[in-house]
Design a protein around this ligand. Structure first.
Ligand code: HQG
Length: 182
């Protein structure tokens, strides 16, 4: 093998595509796509990624336990997680009746007051199932709380939901009236 650390590569690609594309001289289109050539050229600047090519990006996506990136034709994008000033346009879709959000106990009183907000990202991230929400919440606390989002009620009041990947849904914000503790 080429000795590529695909987990580390995935983190760097996420960092570039989600947070600081300008540091890599990348220009995202409105849906977050960048030409793969441009990304490869950018990461080749670093000694560690000298021999990374298109197939390695495909392996990186394949090997990952989460579907964070997507390749289509000659472009690549991060599917969620963006924090750049220009808001990425996501595709609106109808989610399952219930979605979940795992988070820390410490945030609960604020969330009960003002609802779920995107904080440092562009969208609130919601999970398709409880297991996924627990994993997301564990990044914040060993025993996270799980909030249940009634998406039917929320949609009826005009809240929009967008596709992230098959486990991750996005929303602009979720008022607390649509949240319940599991
Ligand atoms: C909390 C990872 C106070 C919210 C994950 C969360 C996900 C509030 C934190 C993706 C709040 C933001 C995103 C409010 C929300 N007051 N706290 N009003 N509203 N919060 O990391 O959803 O591995 O930006 O509960 O798996 O935890 O990177 O969001 O705890 O899919 O691919 O503010 O990132 O994916 O934290 O995670 P984050 P998240 P990757």
């Amino acid at each position: 093998s080429k000795g590529i650390n695909y987990t580390k590569l995935s983190k760097e690609v996420s960092y570039a595509l989600r947070h600081v594309p300008w540091e890599y001289e990348l220009e995202l289109d409105k849906n977050g796509w960048v030409p793969i050539d441009q990304l490869l050229q950018a990461i080749h600047q670093s000694d560690e990624w000298q021999n990374v090519e298109l197939d390695d990006l495909k392996i990186m996506i394949e090997k990952s336990e989460k579907k964070r990136h997507e390749i289509k034709e000659n472009s690549i994008r991060a599917l969620y997680g963006h924090s750049i000033p220009m808001k990425i346009v996501k595709e609106e879709a109808i989610p399952p009746k219930l979605l979940y959000h795992g988070t820390a106990h410490d945030f609960l009183s604020e969330i009960e007051k003002i609802g779920l907000s995107p904080m440092s990202r562009q969208y609130v991230h919601l999970s398709e199932d409880i297991e996924t929400a627990i994993l997301v919440g564990k990044r914040k606390e060993k025993n996270p709380i799980i909030l249940v989002i009634n998406t039917e009620k929320a949609r009826a009041k005009g809240i929009k939901f967008y596709l992230g990947n098959e486990k991750v849904w996005l929303a602009d914000s979720i008022p607390s009236e649509f949240l319940e503790l599991l």
